[in-house]
Design a protein around this ligand. Structure first.
Ligand code: BGC
Length: 463
């Protein structure tokens, strides 16, 4: 696999793919012969075919009659896994795919949370040029694509590998739509984690906070000790992760469900939600002025480098700590976000399979489905990514304490709550409305009452 770049490369234009598939030497010979004959005939014929037409004709002929240079299963994989940890994880799948004879064409679209990548993928599908495989969250937006008839399936691989048996029922319900596996589940992420730098906490004389009042006290001491209390990137989806962690911690799983899944108007603007916005107002004072538009992994780097003490972020952040050579519990801490108890906000990544015409790409989809579901691939992917495997038969032995905590919660299915951005609980319109309202609150000087009312109104407007 090519090393994923930090920034998106433009999609390889069709002519380039086409050119790659013909024998260049053969084409060059024909082109040479063609130029030669056109020059020779120049004065000898009265009804000359224009030189340019002859050239185009011969080039096309060479492309049509010269066999394709590659016939291996091919997969152009569109994804937003561009950070250090994410790239290491994806390489596990890509390497295995290549070792099984596949040709991997990497198409990274930068932008944490995946908004940009999903937009590009949708545009491509609607324009009739889908990627072979695309990273997608399991949830309502995947279901919608399937119901619109835009997805294929990998049923034969799923049947052979007993996916119904090896995946948790929640993932089966979200990946198998209308009886067809339209996506390959690869991992389960938790979003409500608090990551800490253990040296910085020690220097400030505080322990990892377990409640929001403790969090506020710790932040004040960390600030006094000269560190940034909370590393954050001022992007809507990151702010929503903080918001949902506060909602879970202060209101509990029942409140989270009522307000952020059932979208109950009274819960969205009631006193519990006002308390959430009051905490967010404090949190705004705990971040540094450089936060605006910072990527999530740059925020993680502040914690890794010992400039900031804490970050509230999904467990993909652990992939960055691990990639930087840090050891859990010694160098960094992973705790459930303050007050979360056993509430766990989850998002599941999958590799979705658009409907395709090209048989080589179809072969690529099937090979990738088999490869990405291999137990060892799922294990190694999650070890690098910070997630836990989608399969439930992967032994926990190789995993660290953070992942084992996650495995226990997920396996015992206690208070699993869908993440706002993952669309497992609510659709993209409601998620967008919540994100806009939370971003507005971070950007403006609003009271908690104004914040809660703006949230309720935004959600109402999205329905
Ligand atoms: C995805 C993760 C990814 C993160 C940051 C989330 O939406 O589920 O796999 O690491 O975004 O890009």
């Amino acid at each position: 696999m090519e090393t994923p770049r930090r920034f998106a490369k433009p999609f390889l234009p069709q002519w380039a793919e086409f050119a790659e598939r013909v024998h260049f030497i053969g084409a060059a010979r024909i082109l040479g012969a063609c130029i030669f004959s056109v020059i020779n005939r120049k004065n000898a014929t009265s009804r000359r075919v224009p030189a340019s037409t002859a050239l185009v004709f011969l080039l096309l002929a060479s492309a049509l009659f010269v066999p394709r240079a590659t016939a291996e299963p091919t997969a152009e994989v569109l994804h937003w896994w561009t950070s250090g940890g994410e790239a290491r994880a994806l390489k596990v799948i890509a390497d295995r795919f290549a070792a099984q004879g596949g040709r991997w064409v990497d198409n990274p679209i930068a932008g944490g949370g995946g908004d940009a990548a999903r937009t590009v993928a949708k545009t491509r599908i609607l324009g009739g040029k889908p990627p072979t495989i695309m990273q997608w969250h399991l949830g309502l937006s995947l279901r919608q694509l399937a119901e619109e008839g835009l997805l294929g399936n990998v049923d034969e691989v799923a049947r052979a590998g007993d996916w119904d048996g090896v995946l948790p029922p929640l993932l089966v319900a979200n990946a198998k739509i209308g009886g067809h596996y339209v996506a390959i589940p690869v991992d389960i992420h938790g979003e409500n984690w608090l990551w800490t730098n253990t040296k910085v906490l020690a220097a400030a004389g505080v322990a990892a906070p377990r409640s929001w009042p403790e969090f506020n006290e710790a932040a004040a001491k960390i600030r006094q000790a000269g560190y940034i209390p909370l590393a954050l990137g001022g992007q809507g989806w990151q702010q929503v992760i903080v918001f949902s962690s506060v909602a879970l911690g202060l209101g509990g799983p029942e409140f989270y469900r009522r307000a952020l899944i059932e979208l109950d108007a009274q819960s969205l603007a009631g006193p519990e939600m006002e308390a959430v916005f009051a905490e967010l107002r404090l949190i705004k004072t705990m971040i540094d002025p450089g936060a605006s538009n910072r990527d999530w992994n740059e925020a993680t780097n502040l914690v890794i480098a010992g400039k900031a003490a804490m970050q509230l972020m999904g467990d993909w952040a652990k992939g960055e700590f691990i990639a930087a050579g840090l050891v859990p519990e010694r160098d960094f801490g992973c705790e459930a976000s303050p007050g979360a108890g056993n509430g766990y906000v989850i998002a599941a990544d999958s590799l979705a399979v658009p409907k395709l015409g090209d048989p080589e790409q179809r072969k690529g989809q099937l090979l990738l489905a088999a490869t990405a579901m291999e137990p060892a691939v799922q294990r190694d992917f999650s070890l690098a990514k910070g997630s836990i495997p989608a399969r439930r038969d992967v032994a926990p032995d190789a995993f660290d304490v953070c992942a084992r905590k996650a495995m226990t919660i997920v396996r015992e299915s206690r208070d699993l709550l869908p993440a706002i951005g993952s669309s497992m609980g609510i659709g993209a319109a409601a998620a967008g409305a919540i994100t806009d309202a939370v971003s507005l609150f971070f950007a403006r000087d609003m009271t908690p009452e104004q914040g809660a009312r703006a949230l309720r109104d935004a959600v109402a407007g999205s329905r």
